[in-house]
Design a protein around this ligand. Structure first.
Ligand code: SAM
Length: 288
């Protein structure tokens, strides 16, 4: 069956049939634009071999597209009011399973084991914006085999994921995402492509997981503590940031020595460093 949702008329019909009430707390903004849906599906490069995890199917609009493109789809939806709707809109798609659960509590590794022989999976979603970062970092940091994540997020968040040093959006999120993946902004999406309209602009971003991390560090957790410390006090120097962090316990001299050993100027700010430079700095703290 060809997808039939994804336009305002059909969406309103479904919502009225079930007296559906939008829940703000779940970040519900449903897609009503077929061009945007086509773009997401093509950016995700889904084939008939693929297992796809969809986070937050809503009324099943994108799920229909995914079901047509993929071998199998598991869609995880927290709102139980949407479950009878999904049973209806997805009845002709036999390769879809809907789970009524909170994605942050789902064992995704187990899903990949059971549905994809433990091989890397593709994640595709129009994400609920209130938990974008925990969802994406959870997928990267957990022991989950991931090939790519293609998601709709707030435009500002997509920008933060993609930029490098020297921009005001550059921060801990940029570095965390770029350590794990190659980001690529596929499209900007205006509020009128959703029902109801969000207050902010959106963007589709594809994160293709690196086969190997692009930098070598002896302690990744330490590197991310150093990164957070560097951006906690943006207008201060890197040395002060590291010195004042509650997460770190290096002495002042140790910090100065490490900064110098990396060849950075004494008064350098954290926001000037690349991922490679943060890795080099972290490795300076390896106890010799
Ligand atoms: N995919 C649909 C679309 O594009 O029209 C809906 C996208 S809407 C932005 C986000 C969806 O995620 C909603 O259906 C919402 O109920 C669901 N959701 C919110 N929090 C969730 C969570 N913690 N776990 C699973 N789904 C969640």
């Amino acid at each position: 069956t060809a997808p039939y949702l994804g336009n305002p008329k059909r969406t309103i019909e479904v919502l009225q049939k079930y007296d559906f009430v939008f829940q703000k707390k779940f970040g519900q903004n449903f897609l009503i634009d077929t061009h945007v849906l086509d773009k997401i599906i093509s950016a995700a490069e889904i084939t008939k071999e693929d297992f796809v995890l969809e986070i937050g199917p809503g009324i099943g609009t994108m799920t229909q597209y995914l079901a047509c493109a993929a071998r199998e789809v598991v869609a995880v939806e927290i709102d139980k009011a949407l479950i009878p709707i999904l049973e209806d809109t997805l009845q002709d798609y036999s390769n879809v399973t809907v789970l009524n659960e909170d994605i942050l509590k789902v064992d995704i590794k187990k899903l990949a084991d059971e549905h994809n022989n433990g091989k890397p999976i593709k994640v595709v979603a129009n994400l609920p914006y209130y938990i974008t970062t925990p969802i994406i970092m959870g997928l990267f940091e957990g022991d989950v085999p991931i090939e790519s994540i293609t998601v709709m997020v707030q435009k500002e968040v997509a920008d933060r994921m993609q930029v490098g040093p020297g921009t005001k959006e550059y921060g801990a999120l940029s570095l965390a995402v770029q350590y794990y993946a190659e980001p690529y902004i596929v499209a900007n999406v205006p509020p009128n492509c959703f029902m109801p309209r969000p207050k902010v602009g959106s963007a589709v971003i594809r994160l293709t997981k690196h086969a190997e991390p692009p930098v070598e560090v002896f302690d990744t957790k330490l590197m991310f503590r150093i990164i957070r410390a560097s951006f906690n006090q943006r207008r201060k120097t890197l040395a002060n940031g590291l010195n004042n962090s509650p997460e770190l316990s290096f002495g002042k001299e140790e910090i100065q020595r490490a900064i110098k050993a990396c060849g950075f100027p004494e008064g350098i700010r954290g926001e000037a460093l690349t991922l490679e430079e943060f890795a080099a700095l972290t490795n300076e703290f390896k106890s010799k």
